[in-house]
Design a protein around this ligand. Structure first.
Ligand code: ADP
Ligand code: MG
Length: 629
């Protein structure tokens, strides 16, 4: 069993090719009859549509309903070229479909994504509704409601019909899936997943959310247009009836059945949908009701689709030792043979605020705050909840624009710059509530920290060039070294969203270290950690300081702050009430009063016990905890 499984794993690409070859030879060898060969072609075409939706929705989490419109664009572009030139050169038709997909993707994506929120869903939804009207308006090109008879496709002078068309459709589909696989199973695909989970997290990693969304949307448009072009060759006739809203629903349903966050789920989903439609003759009349009911059910019952079921099965088999460990575990194990982890030199930067203020309406969350954080030092920010600590971090990393004052990174004004640009200047942060993506293992998540700083191009990833392999191996080795640094390398292979809160915080620290940043913003990084994790955290912050990084630490654990901080700033109701060394702050009566709730007369009554002075007291938190980043 194990040997067979290992064999399949080793020769997986080969087995896939073999299967494809068998399928391609089917009609020629008489193994597949005409009915089935048409079915296979229709499944292939539908799977292209579904795959495009998976890229956009399943990976990047952007609801784009326009696959059907792009399908129509591909079909009509190929059809029109054929009519104009008498014959339709396959390469020309497919190439034109791709160009058209990119253009339509940009034209609808730029406004749809600029406006944010639901606007892309709206724009693309209307696009689908508008397709029949557009076909009518451009009757001169499209033949209007009467339809358009496509020319016979050709390639190198050969007419591509019958069995040749069958092979062409399968080859194009296989090529697209190879591209999609290489793209999605790469750092780019991981970044799409980060984007789906949290655009805020993506921007902290130095990614321009708008540009990444546009990229994903345009990439997802390509297979849809290819599918359209292939469909026009298959049917030889295109009319508005094909490009309906119920087809859009069918694509969505197929995506859900197959599993939207999966590369090959699109094939399974398309097969189920296509066979379902062909098998149940009454389907046409009932399809909207069926899709509706089905989407509701599927959404409730299994939200990861067939691919999810298969993956769960594989994971269970691995746990029981029926299968060898997955590829990333093996890679991690290989990399862990390396030397003891240590942190290289960090090029810390001076971060300065000058009279920084931020108001939310009438609420002055931060008023006239001037602090300086230097390289090789830990600058702590303390203060009760709601005193403006997170707001200050949010200003520094660019989530908020200052209402007044200046924000300087090595004397360069960064106040008001977009988050991703500040991140690229070397500001990294963790969150009060860790931001953790789904469908990703811990090692890959830590490696996303290097997405911008150690970039491997899209083309390298799609073609799996040596640069990609090198970059991937380096990322993994570095991510693993960081996990070891924090003593959690054993979780490298676990889904990162399955980790406990304390471990998530450590993973976030590793992720923030991965880009080799200059300034670290740690927001309540110690809360929720148990004793042993706290020790690790303390050591790693110590290590960052020694390596020359600039650390700004927001922390409620007063003893930890006293131990780590070179300088402490105390905030209260948005104002700086004290700054100084730990010893100075400890001796400051006003601070004590702020923290222990004690008055000047009786300064040292901590809540946790008789001899709990400020040395050991964890700063009391008022009952209403503020959420947010
Ligand atoms: P801390 O991190 O010190 O607990 P915060 O910086 O989160 O405090 O909050 C400081 C004040 O700013 C609070 O009064 C909070 O309600 C307010 N605040 C923070 N973020 C926002 C926001 N996005 N919109 C409105 N008010 C906010
Ligand atoms: Mg806070």
């Amino acid at each position: 069993m194990n040997a067979l499984a290992a064999f399949i794993q080793r020769f997986r690409p080969l087995s896939a090719l073999l299967l494809l070859a068998l399928l391609m030879a089917g009609p020629a060898t008489g193994l597949i009859n005409a009915y089935w060969s048409r079915t296979v072609m229709l499944i292939a075409i539908l799977s292209l549509l579904v795959s495009g939706l998976n890229v956009v929705l399943g990976y990047a989490g952007e609801l784009a309903m326009g696959q059907v419109a792009l399908y129509a664009v591909g079909a009509y572009v190929a059809g029109y070229l054929g009519v104009q030139f008498g014959t339709a050169n396959v390469v020309l038709a497919l190439g034109a479909a791709i160009v058209a997909a990119v253009l339509v993707g940009l034209v609808t994506g730029i406004p749809g994504l600029r406006l944010g929120g639901w606007s892309l869903a709206m724009v693309t939804f209307f696009l689908v509704i508008l397709v029949p009207n557009l076909i009518d308006v451009f009757e001169h090109f499209t033949g209007g409601t009467l339809g358009l008879a496509a020319a016979v496709p050709t390639l190198f002078g050969m007419e591509i019909t019958g069995n040749r068309l069958y092979v062409l459709i399968l080859v194009v589909t296989a090529l697209w899936f190879a591209v999609a696989r290489n793209l999605l199973l790469s750092r780019h695909g991981n970044m799409f997943l980060v984007l789906r989970q949290s655009p805020i997290l993506a921007s902290i990693l130095g990614v321009s959310v708008y540009r990444l969304k546009l990229l994903v949307y345009v990439v997802g448009a390509i297979p849809a247009a290819l599918a359209g072009a292939l469909f026009s060759m298959l049917d030889g006739f295109i009319a508005p009836e094909t490009f309906t809203f119920s087809l859009a629903l069918s694509v969505l349903a197929a995506s859900v059945v197959g599993g939207a966050t999966s590369v090959y789920g699109a094939l399974a989903g398309a097969a189920v949908m296509q066979l379902g439609q062909q098998t149940f003759t009454q389907f046409q009349d009932w399809q909207l009701v069926i899709y509706g009911a089905f989407l509701l059910l599927a959404g409730v019952l299994f939200n990861r689709g067939l691919a999810g079921l298969v993956n769960d099965g594989l994971a269970a088999a691995r746990r029981r030792g029926w299968l060898p460990p997955g590829p990333s575990a093996a890679a991690a194990a290989a990399a862990s043979a390396q030397a003891e982890p240590e942190l290289g030199q960090l090029r810390g930067a001076v971060l300065r605020t000058e009279g920084l203020s931020k108001s939310f309406g009438g609420n002055k969350a931060l008023q006239d705050v001037s602090i300086e954080a230097r390289p090789g030092e830990v600058t702590a920010l303390i203060g009760p909840n709601g005193s403006g600590k997170t707001t200050l971090l949010n200003l520094i990393c660019g989530f908020y624009k200052p209402s007044g004052g200046r924000l300087l990174l090595d004397d360069e004004e960064i106040g008001g710059q977009p988050t991703y640009r500040i991140a690229r200047l070397g500001v990294a942060r963790t969150f009060q509530t860790p931001l953790i993506p789904k469908d990703m293992n811990t090692l890959a998540f830590v490696a996303t920290g290097r997405y911008v700083t150690h970039r491997v191009g899209l083309l390298s990833a799609v073609l799996r060039l040596p640069a990609f392999r090198r970059g991937y191996a380096d990322d993994n080795a570095e991510a693993l070294a960081l996990l070891r640094l924090l003593g959690i390398e054993d979780i490298a292979d676990q889904p990162v969203d399955s980790l406990a809160l304390g471990t998530r915080r450590l993973v976030e620290v590793a992720r923030s270290l991965a880009s080799g940043p200059r300034v670290f913003l740690f927001d309540e990084v110690g809360s929720g950690l148990d004793e042993s994790d706290l020790v690790v955290l303390e050591q790693s912050i110590e290590m960052i300081r020694r390596a020359g990084g600039t650390v700004i630490l927001v922390e409620h654990n007063f003893p930890l702050v006293l131990k780590l901080a070179d300088r402490i700033h105390v905030l209260s109701q948005g104002q700086l009430i004290a700054s100084g060394t730990p010893a100075e702050i400890q001796a400051n009566r006003r601070v004590l009063a702020e923290y222990t709730g004690a008055t000047d007369e009786e300064p040292e009554t901590g809540p946790a016990g008789p001899d709990t002075g400020p040395e050991t007291a964890v700063i009391a938190e008022p009952a209403a905890r503020k959420g947010g980043q």
